[in-house]
Write a protein that binds this ligand. Structure first.
Ligand SMILES: [Zn+2]
Length: 315
């Protein structure tokens, strides 16, 4: 690996640790921790990596770009906004592996592999310690999928004066860095496809989340979602704000902004049902198992294959 890869340079500063899947108590889950995950991104062939900013706690935020650097059509793939949804980060990596093996000749795919590294590290720490911790926010207590500028509406402050949306759009460095980079990309190119990878629910979600009406391009979104559903099998398609009529507005979310600001056909994938099953009620005691299937790498690769035509701008 070239010494000029800034991601590899950063990884080399991290202490080595036993791989998560080699820990006997975690033998039933197949996922990569922070160092392993970043290492896989760092060795992708045909990829250009840049640091776009820092998290609240100072962890670097990365963008990895694959495809024709001069292409004026761009797909965006976002993962790890919600830190416990590791199947989403694994799926993003698997999509990148497919792109790296067979880059688009006429398109750039810009990956934001881990939008919330502080939260991800917190989840990893709790897994290694055998604890069962649910982590939803960044280290300032903000849900990073409620901090985007489109359809922003601040939530009420809690007793500590914290707001789960943040005080204002882009108050959090993680989302400010991503939106800054997207704005820069959009000055010279068209971001026409966008994916945000989450879990759980086996759902393909469409904008808008912040208002009840449909976007003008609803049919375009729906037909792309339907083609993906056919490839994934067993997923449901919903507009976010129609999930539970009248009460399920999700203001200031990723896919609303990706569509409103850049015109992208933007989908949010709630990957899998985690390990939820009527036969395994004990799963309810483990937030990580609620949000993530046990065979993360295999399932991530399967979802990535289903999303491949969308990522390539073919749907
Ligand atoms: Zn999520």
């Amino acid at each position: 690996m070239s010494a000029s890869n800034p991601l590899q340079h950063f990884i080399d500063t991290l202490p080595g640790q036993t791989h998560l899947c080699d820990l006997p108590e975690l033998a039933d889950i197949d996922y990569r921790g922070y160092r392993e995950l970043l290492q896989r991104w760092a060795v992708l062939p045909n990829a250009r990596t840049s640091r776009i900013g820092s998290s609240r706690d100072g962890e670097p935020l990365w963008m990895v770009e694959i495809g024709n650097p001069d292409a004026t059509r761009v797909t965006v793939v976002l993962a790890g906004i919600h830190p416990i949804e590791w199947i989403g980060t694994e799926t993003a990596l698997q999509i990148a592996k497919e792109q790296a093996l067979d880059p688009c000749p006429d398109r750039r795919v810009c990956f934001f592999p881990l939008a919330n590294p502080d939260g991800f590290l917190k989840v990893e720490k709790s897994l290694r310690a055998g604890k069962r911790k649910w982590v939803r926010t960044n280290s300032a207590g903000v849900d990073l999928n409620r901090n985007w500028p489109t359809h922003f509406k601040a939530t009420k402050a809690d007793l500590q004066g914290r707001r789960s949306s943040g005080k204002a759009p882009l108050s959090e460095p993680e989302i400010a860095a991503i939106v800054g980079k997207l704005d820069e990309i959009a000055t010279g190119a068209s971001i026409d496809f966008a994916l945000s990878l989450h879990s759980i629910g086996k759902m393909i979600l469409l904008p808008w989340g912040g208002i009840s009406r449909r976007p003008d391009s609803y049919r375009r979104h729906y037909s792309a979602a339907r083609a993906i559903r056919k490839r994934l099998g067993g997923y449901t398609i919903r507009q976010v704000s129609k999930w539970v009529p009248g009460i399920s507005y999700a203001h200031r979310m990723d896919i609303d902004h990706l569509h409103a600001a850049y015109g992208a056909t933007s989908l949010l994938i709630e990957c899998t049902l985690g390990q939820l099953s009527l036969r395994k009620p004990s799963v309810l005691l483990s937030p990580f198992k609620i949000f993530n299937p046990s065979n993360g790498r295999q399932e991530g690769a399967r979802i990535a294959r289903a999303l491949d035509p969308f990522v390539r701008g073919l749907l």
